[in-house]
Design a protein around this ligand. Sequence first.
Ligand SMILES: C[S@@+](CC[C@H](N)C(=O)[O-])C[C@H]1O[C@@H](n2cnc3c(N)ncnc32)[C@H](O)[C@@H]1O
Length: 186
Amino acid sequence: MEYSKVCPWWMGYMLLVPIRKFSHNPQKILSPYLKPGMRVIDFGCAMGYFSLPMAQMVGSSGKVYCFDIQQKMLDKLKCRAEKAGVREIIEPKLIAGNESDFEGMEQSADFALLFAVAHEVPDRKKLFADLYRMLKPQSFLYFAEPPGHVKKEEFQQSVSLAEQAGFNVLGPANVSKTHSVILQKL
Ligand SMILES: C[S@@+](CC[C@H](N)C(=O)[O-])C[C@H]1O[C@@H](n2cnc3c(N)ncnc32)[C@H](O)[C@@H]1O
């Protein structure tokens, strides 16, 4: 698999800057969807800007499955989760484009976040099909892309791929200066 547009690991630190909370406040963005005890996915988690708040929201009876293709991102995620006291809620998953990447995850998740990731994924048709398979029926996929990297038309193309995978578009998501949409697995 060719991963040519991937965010370099050191950029992961930039994604953690505190000022980001003004535009991407994890609590504000995700609290309408997450409840204690949920099993949720942070797909393309990097160093866990969203994963840690997600872990706090689902609590000790929940799980956050954190997928990424870069081990360095996941290593830093693990350190941060340890420090924040949520390590046992976080499940880091290194994926490599293999059949086994999502083994045991079929219809297991209550929610998935796909934030600023899809434009880095070469096969977006497969990406949405994989997310569809992992989610339980009726659960939500929060999909967002940065306008600096992704034109409106490209975002719409991705949304169409998500619809082809079986998702239903519910409407725009609650995040500023970002292409975003809430999708639901039918
Ligand atoms: C721009 S960062 C966004 C990180 C995080 N979602 C956030 O908003 O802070 C994109 C992340 O997606 C990961 N990524 C890229 N392609 C991926 C793929 N095919 N599967 C899983 N993760 C991928 C990258 O390694 C990187 O950590």
